[in-house]
Write a protein that binds this ligand. Structure first.
Ligand code: A2R
Ligand code: GDD
Length: 324
């Protein structure tokens, strides 16, 4: 079985490759990256995956490699994934995420693979945006009220999945994943930035001051290793054209996440709000109902949140120790 992962150099993509290598040795894995991509997350699998340099915005490259690989499964993870960056450069996010999706679908369609290749699309809980208190836990039927250009880009990816399925029979499976975290998570995301700052403080590399943004927001976190398992199962058991939430079903305030991380360190750390980290409109609560996905696939998360936090903090401790 030929399996293509776009965004394989990223957080979820690299964990997905690890999951497939371990659990589905029958799969031949192909990865799209950019010639300038960092190889930090894939250094351990360079000889186990066939990599191709394909910027997802470049139809010529995407079309050529889809034609050569003829994948039976595609996990489409490549994207501009950081919400605040989408306010700073909205067009970059919209272009990468939307044009990338269209390029992939058009290549699959033009190579006659529409009814053959199963494509998992990494949509996002961020699409729900403004959620009222009586709407949690959020079901797939909840209205979408996006609060960032990133959310708009993900809604578009999501609806392109629906539309290409209806128009051409493309076997798109739309997964709306709530927050996920763990080792290798980009340093700008909340649990990574908190963990990195703790590791820097523990090594006396910065003053014992933790910079934070909005601590009142609530997020539903799942370990990335449970999420990539869900992506694989989605391509085996879900219905093309349909949309599925992937979530743990528990929300944590960011304040409580910070408190847990601080309790894992012996250092006295002062917390200060950094205005740069505040968003024009933050999503206040994301708490997902993944019962549609769980009923159809039997999936449930297995790794506890405390374990995920500990693993993430230790990942950053190791990373900082390696550079001093
Ligand atoms: O930055 P790079 O070159 O290492 O590659 C990133 C890739 N990517 C692209 N690949 C090809 N052409 C592009 N124009 C392009 N722009 C970005 O997407 C990297 O491999 C991946 C994003 O990884 P992370 O930022 O670590 O995101 P994460 O958490 O793995 O998210 C995966 C998916 C995304 O669609 C999110 O929007 C969704 O899950 O939550
Ligand atoms: N990044 C960051 N840095 N966020 C902070 C900070 C900080 O210092 N302090 C508080 N926060 C709050 C943010 O305001 C937000 O409410 C929450 O922590 C989570 O922020 P992020 O980790 O940046 O993630 P996100 O929720 O914006 O988006 C992530 O989850 C989406 C799924 O809902 C990303 O992984 C997206 O790609 C993904 O689609």
């Amino acid at each position: 079985m030929r399996v293509l992962i776009t965004g394989i150099t990223g957080f979820a993509g690299s964990h997905l490759a690890d999951y497939i290598l371990k659990n589905h040795p029958e799969a031949e894995i192909f990865g799209f990256k950019r010639w300038r991509s960092r190889d930090e997350n894939i250094i351990h699998i360079l000889d186990k995956v066939e990599f191709h340099d394909a910027d997802i915005k470049d139809f010529t490259a995407v079309n050529r490699f889809i034609g050569e690989i003829k994948p039976e499964k595609i996990f489409h993870l490549a994207a501009q994934s950081f919400v605040p960056a989408s306010w700073k450069s909205p067009m970059e996010t919209l272009d990468t995420n939307i044009a990338g999706q269209v390029n992939l679908f058009e290549a699959v369609r033009q190579h006659g693979l529409a009814d053959k290749t199963v494509i998992q699309i990494a949509c996002s809980s961020e699409e729900y945006g403004l959620v009222h208190e009586d709407e949690v836990p959020i079901k797939e039927t909840n209205p979408l009220r996006p609060l960032s250009p990133y959310a708009v880009s993900k809604i578009t990816q999501d609806f392109l999945g629906y539309q290409y399925h209806e128009s051409y029979g493309i076997k798109a499976i739309r997964t709306r994943t709530f927050n996920h975290t763990g080792p290798r998570r980009g340093e700008v995301f909340v649990i990574s930035t908190f963990s990195k700052q703790i590791a820097l403080i523990e090594n006396d590399l910065i003053d014992p001051v933790m910079k934070v943004g909005n601590l009142d927001a609530q997020r539903d976190f799942t370990d990335v290793r449970d999420v990539v398992r869900a992506y694989w199962i989605a391509t085996e058991k879900c219905t093309p054209g349909e949309v599925y939430n992937i979530a743990s079903g528990t929300a944590h305030t960011i304040q409580s996440v910070l408190d847990k991380l601080l309790a894992m360190s012996n250092k006295e750390i002062k917390v200060v709000q950094d205005p740069e980290r505040m968003r024009p409109s933050d999503v206040q609560i994301l708490l997902g109902d993944a019962s549609k996905f769980s009923k159809q696939t039997g999936w449930k998360p297995e790794i506890s949140f405390d374990q995920t936090l500990e693993d993430t903090l230790n990942y950053w401790r190791k990373k900082i120790a390696a550079i001093i």
